[in-house]
Ligand binder design. Sequence first.
Ligand code: GLN
Length: 208
Amino acid sequence: SPTIGVFALQGDVREHLHALAGLGVEAIGVRRPSELERCDGLIIPGGESTTMFKLARTFELFEPIQKRIAGGMPTFGTCAGMIMLADRIVDGTSDQETLGGLDITVRRNAFGRQVDSFEGNLDFTGLDDPVHAVFIRAPWVEQVGADVEVLARVASGDAAGRIVAVRQGPLLATSFHPEVGSDSRIHRVFVEMVVSTSSTAAGLGKGR
Ligand code: GLN
């Protein structure tokens, strides 16, 4: 069975580890390159993306993670993690660097200060019943490249129609926090992505 890492220098690491453990997956916190090497997939949690970026640099994880993403490692970003995976960010202030890989443009803190946090139900492609999504100073996706599949949009209100979940090959990202609460269906989607990728790799190995 695969090992899934959770980027553990900042953010809601425990919630992701808990969700993965609930699915019977071996899950480890990743704070150094040797831990990343053990992983078949990686989750980048919610938190604060500017801080995450700086810590990833300081702890020499930035380039190793970028290389693994470029090499096809399944990676799932939630909220700040989505920002880390985005190729482009707009937030009106800085040109923050990201890990990249996902051909999307995200707007940080997109929903505005007056609605810092909110919850709502949304349809999620591939899941039968709606997801109860928790948004905390969340980004939204303003633009997606041709290879990006939109999985969910805000259902109603001022932000109705805004894209809040995407997939591009082995990369999955949500604006909201599937790690909060007890619904692990989106984690299961990611685990299946990791399992299918690592069994393909194992199959290739056996053929040699
Ligand atoms: N606003 C945060 C950022 O820009 C993300 C918030 C979150 O992950 N809950 O990084």
